[in-house]
Design a protein. Structure first.
Length: 140
C-alpha cells in the first residue's frame, strides 16, 4: 500500500473510485485534486478537503477495504500538510457515525461546541446536519 498525491495523471481513476463508492455523482474535481489516495494495485482509499478561506472541510474520507491505522495516519498527515501549504489554519469535519468520531479523535481532532458552528449564517442545530458531531484539527 502506498500513499500518492492526486494529480492530472491519476485524477480519472480517483473520480471513478469515488463514483463507484458514493451515491454522489457531482464530484468536485478541485476538491479531489486537494487529496491523497491509497493505492494497492488500484485506488482503495481517498481523503481530501474543500477550501473555505483558511478553513478546510474534510471531504471524501472513504475506503473500499479495511486498511491499517498507520496507513490512515500517514494519509491524514499528508493531507494535513497539503492543507497547511495552501494556507489552511484548521481542518473541520462533521460526522454522525461513532466509528468515524473515534478515527478522527485518534488523529488528533477535538470536539467543537455546536453552538459555535454556523452554515450560511444558520446554526448547525437548525440545519440538516443537526445530528452531526463537529470536530476540528488545528494546523498551526
Amino acid at each position: 500500500m502506498e500513499i500518492r498525491s492526486v494529480n492530472d495523471d491519476n485524477l480519472a481513476s480517483v473520480i471513478s473510485f469515488l463514483e463507484k463508492l458514493l451515491v454522489i455523482k457531482d464530484i468536485n474535481k478541485t476538491v479531489v485534486l486537494n487529496g491523497e489516495l491509497v493505492f494497492e494495485d488500484e485506488v482503495i482509499g481517498f481523503l481530501s478537503f474543500e477550501e473555505f478561506n483558511r478553513i478546510g472541510l474534510v471531504r471524501y474520507f472513504v475506503f473500499k477495504k479495511i486498511v491499517p491505522k498507520s496507513v490512515i495516519t500517514e494519509l491524514f498527515l499528508k493531507v494535513a500538510n497539503k492543507a497547511k501549504e495552501k494556507g489552511i489554519d484548521v481542518l473541520i469535519t462533521m460526522v454522525v457515525k461513532d466509528e468515524a468520531i473515534h478515527i478522527f479523535k485518534d488523529l488528533g481532532f477535538e470536539l467543537v461546541d455546536i453552538n459555535d458552528v454556523y452554515i450560511d449564517e444558520v446554526n448547525i442545530k437548525d440545519t440538516k446536519f443537526k445530528d452531526a458531531i463537529v470536530l476540528k484539527y488545528l494546523l498551526k
